[in-house]
Design a protein around this ligand. Structure first.
Ligand code: ADP
Length: 295
């Protein structure tokens, strides 16, 4: 399956140009969407999810015209928005049963089996009688995935799903998404850049409504081999370094400032050659757009 996005544009009534001609091809597997706050990620995902109109451009899922045949798209779409609200005083089993009815599974027996199978799949079957209000963040997100999977979707969109999850919950959630990515298109937006490298076969960095970078994460990282250098400096010296080198990230480490720079040649001055990571690509690309705070 292939999602083809061509020249997608959106300007909100307040004049903000959120999408400035997005072009992307997204194939079966996990696709990571990176970008600073306000980049246009949610606008893009809401448009693919048929929740808002574009001003121009097209989106096709194979032959299906996503912007026109919204009802058809909704039948094969699973969407987990950033804020997934739940009714606190209802059990996961009952809630999923209600949503299944809304999605058109009218036969009670079929519904019961579907709900049980889905709760089992997201590892919530033993908690099926508990009220949703008592669920941890990770359990709520897994419940969110269960509801997104109700219609056996071919396209799954998850908007920053791991915010507030602890590392173990995040792993469980990602394992679930990876399994889905084996035969579905899963579009995942996240602020955790290295998760994209671990999980996604393809990714894009968007910023100010434009795609800055698109491709395979490992290949992108390879391009920086031999070009990233690091050094621990006194934080008072940082302006000098920023003036003399192409600093792409700075991070405090036990009282010192760890800086990473991009340099085609050995910069000397006690810089050490560093193993590039996807974050280097991210910061390097974002730095090419002035006035943007990267994360
Ligand atoms: P991201 O998901 O990358 O943080 P968004 O798509 O939410 O980015 O936002 C992109 C830009 O569009 C931002 O400047 C944001 O303030 C603006 N924006 C988003 N939604 C609306 C809206 N409904 N009305 C007006 N402006 C919006």
């Amino acid at each position: 399956m292939k999602l083809t996005i061509r020249n997608l544009q959106k300007t909100y009534p307040n004049g903000v140009q959120a999408l400035k001609g997005i072009n992307l091809i997204i194939e079966t597997g996990m696709f990571g969407l990176l970008g600073p706050n306000g980049a246009g990620k949610s606008s893009l995902m809401r448009t693919i999810a048929t929740l808002q109109e574009a001003d121009a451009g097209s989106i096709f899922l194979d032959e299906l015209d996503v912007l026109k045949d919204k009802a058809e798209v909704r039948k094969i779409l699973g969407y987990l928005p950033q804020e997934f609200g739940v009714y606190p005083k209802i059990s996961s089993e009952l809630m999923l049963d209600h949503i299944a009815q809304l999605k058109g599974i009218l036969n009670a027996n079929e519904r019961k089996q579907t709900v049980a199978a889905l709760l089992d799949r997201v590892n919530l079957y033993n908690d099926r009688k508990k009220h949703l209000g008592t669920f941890s963040g990770g359990m709520k997100q897994r419940f969110g995935i269960a509801q997104a999977l109700l219609a056996n979707p071919k396209l799954i969109i998850v908007d920053e799903p791991t915010a507030g999850l602890d590392p173990a919950e995040r792993n469980r959630f990602y394992n679930l998404l990876s399994e889905l990515g084996e035969n579905t298109i899963v579009i995942l937006s996240t602020h955790i850049v290295e998760d994209v490298r671990t999980l996604c076969s393809d990714f894009a960095i968007i910023c100010k409504g434009e795609v800055l970078r698109n491709g395979n994460p490992d290949e992108a990282v390879k391009e920086l081999n031999g070009k990233i250098y690091s050094k621990l400096i006194d934080k008072g010296d940082k302006l000098g370094y920023r003036g003399n080198y192409q600093v792409i990230s700075e991070q405090m480490k036990s009282g010192k400032l760890g800086i990473r720079i991009f340099s085609e040649i050995d910069p000397g001055n006690e810089f050490l050659l560093a193993e590039p990571v996807l974050e280097d690509i991210y910061f390097h690309q974002i730095a090419s757009k002035p006035d943007t705070i990267a994360l």
